[in-house]
Design a protein around this ligand. Structure first.
Ligand code: ADP
Length: 589
């Protein structure tokens, strides 16, 4: 599925085209920004091409109407759906939502909650609906992840009348916090639901989120994206008493105060620049304003880390992301300084060497630090693409529900012991691509399988690591290996045959060789829609013209965050005439 994602801000339009199948890949990345005098800067990236220049667009509106031509120029005209980043979903939108007129109006009614961002987001939605009237459009909300926050975290201690009018805390950057929390859990090799994490997003906007066993519990941004950390141009936390003072002593109006808190404060207010690189350079040359700005910035983040560890009653890891979190070792170091008392200790060399190429998410805690420290790029647009695709499957008013079919090639799930034997002790696999099931990835590394009859080369490794190694092949592969392999559900490995896995550093012989029984991954919402429960066996019909086929006894596996799709192997796909992808439907019992 090809998903076009828009992130329309007040001063820039960013967009990306993603291919979402078993894995999500960014195919094209574009941006229009710095609108002035009837033109703007643009940048397009596609494969090896990285093109920049000036485009004759005076506004976001004009730039957006240029997107179809830009995509066509790269031969990318085929789009299945459009996903939009929407900053505020109020208390109504707790999940990605397929847009129709009524829902667009509901979002528009939330404008008072985010007057700077929502108008631009909605302008993009309206233009896209006019440009691509035939395509489904999905809204993915920055606030949605935080709707799990308990009332004691979202309620301001103000008069009831104000609260009834809608004054409460929401939190933003939800898509980013959700992504990086999942990425950190993957890296640590534990289920997100078992971890207490603090996610620290430090970009031009900045926020900290307490992710308690997979759910957002609290975040530093409040009713608006102004509360919390020091940001590029936003103040973050400030005594509300300042309003009266500024009004009485400096004669400022509400609008003037608000404008200054959004646009003239933060790093810019403290040191004259909103750009952390600038400020770090000046601080290094002895500029006292820049030095103080850095100290204040780090101190505020450190306070929130401590507060959220206390709020959750524990801390397993912190995660850095955003332009500053990803790129500034000195800021990471300042933030972590002095947190040794709570078991958090940075390794200075690992911190300096952290390299995020190839989607790596390095851990940079010192040996023996009880709390892990992970650095990762955020991938908001990729998450929006994924969530858009998922919303389509779960929201399409089509009956029967179409089930995406995913064809699994031969692959292995490795244990720590296996990775040590195959690649060397403590070797960390490189994550090459993210798979559609949240938290799952395929590695850049490959292995070979060796049986009495023959070898299978370049076999994929899928992560995260498991307690027990499991090797999944097709029946055809079992003949190539010369091993009689049973059909089994994933994880049921008792009495399965042995096979030898070969890697660059050695080989590993283990049982766990299976032909994976076909199954459907789904989530509670889709399961309800399909009328199935975890552990059910159902029949799935593939309506290929020449080789229509019904797969009976397909096991249903319901997981909280699972993306609904049917997993079959290559033999099954061949039998049903499926080349790359297809959809199927449930056969009514
Ligand atoms: P946005 O929130 O607009 O997406 P980014 O996540 O790109 O912003 O973050 C921008 C911030 O990251 C800027 O303050 C920039 O100076 C900072 N930044 C980028 N690279 C570095 C670096 N190497 N060292 C320090 N700060 C950096």
């Amino acid at each position: 599925m090809q998903i076009l994602v828009f992130n329309a801000g007040s001063s820039s339009l960013k967009f990306g085209l993603f291919s979402v199948d078993r894995e999500t890949r960014e195919v094209f990345k574009g941006s229009y920004e710095r609108f002035r005098n009837g033109e703007c800067d643009y940048r397009f990236r596609h494969g090896e091409t990285d093109e920049r220049g000036a485009a004759p667009f005076a506004s976001l509106r004009e730039a957006l109407t240029g997107v179809p031509d830009a995509l066509m120029r790269f031969g990318l005209g085929s789009i299945d759906a459009v996903g939009h980043r929407i900053v505020h979903g109020g208390a109504q939108f707790s999940a990605p939502t397929l847009l129709d007129d009524a829902r667009v109006e509901t979002i528009a009614s939330l404008t008072p909650l985010a007057p700077l961002h929502l108008p631009a987001n909605l302008e993009a939605v309206r233009l896209c609906r006019a440009l691509w009237p035939e395509l489904p459009q999905v809204a993915v909300f920055d606030t949605a992840f935080h709707l799990t926050n308990p009332a004691f975290a979202t309620t301001y201690a103000v008069p009831l009348q104000w609260r009834d009018a809608g004054l409460r805390r929401y939190g933003f950057h939800g898509t980013s916090h959700k992504y990086v929390a999942g990425r950190a859990a993957e890296e640590i090799g534990r289920a997100l639901g078992d971890l207490q994490l603090v996610s620290i997003h430090l970009g031009n906007g900045a926020s900290v989120c307490a992710v308690n066993r997979g759910q957002s519990m609290d975040s530093s941004m409040g009713m608006t994206p102004l509360e919390g950390l020091v940001m590029g141009t936003r103040s973050g936390d400030i005594d509300p008493g300042a309003f009266g003072f500024l009004f009485r002593e400096l004669g400022l109006s509400v609008q003037e105060i608000e404008d200054a808190l959004y646009d003239e404060s933060g790093l810019k207010g403290l040191a004259g620049s909103s750009d952390m690189r600038d400020i770090e350079d000046r601080a290094a040359k002895g500029d006292p304003q820049a030095q103080l700005a850095i100290e204040i910035y780090a101190y505020r983040v450190r306070k929130y880390v401590g507060a959220y560890a206390a709020a959750m009653g524990g801390l397993d890891a912190i995660v850095f992301t955003g332009g500053i979190g990803e790129n500034s070792p000195s800021m990471r170091r300042r933030i972590c300084e002095g947190l040794g008392f709570m078991g958090l200790q940075l390794d200075h060399d690992r911190n300096m060497a952290a390299n995020l190429a190839d989607r790596a998410a390095p851990q940079i805690q010192a040996y023996g630090s009880r709390v892990r420290i992970v650095v990762t790029e955020t991938a908001e647009q990729l998450m929006i693409a994924r969530e858009t695709a998922a919303a389509l499957v779960s929201e399409r008013p089509e009956s029967p529900l179409r089930l995406p079919i995913a064809v699994s090639g031969r692959h292995v799930h490795l244990s720590r012991e296996a990775v040590d034997a195959l690649f060397g002790t403590d070797y960390e696999l490189t994550h090459a691509t993210l798979l559609r099931q949240p938290g799952h990835w395929s590695a850049k590394e490959r292995v070979a399988l060796v049986g009495p009859k023959g070898r299978l080369e370049r076999v994929a490794i899928l992560g995260p690591l498991r307690e027990r190694t499991q090797i999944e092949v097709s029946r055809t592969d079992s003949f190539a290996l010369g091993i009689d392999v049973p059909v089994r559900d994933s994880g049921r490995l008792e009495g399965t045959p042995q096979v030898t896995i070969e890697g660059p550093a050695g080989s590993f012989t283990t049982d766990g060789l299976i032909i994976a029984a076909r199954h459907i991954h789904t989530n509670p919402a889709d399961a309800a829609r399909l009328g199935v429960e975890d552990g059910d066996y159902v029949d799935v019909r593939i309506a290929d013209e020449d080789r229509a086929l019904t797969f009976s006894r397909t096991l249903v596996r319901v997981g909280t965050d699972s993306f609904t799709e049917v997993h079959i192997d290559t033999d099954e796909a061949n039998a049903a005439g499926i080349e790359v992808s297809a959809t199927g439907e449930l056969v009514e019992p």
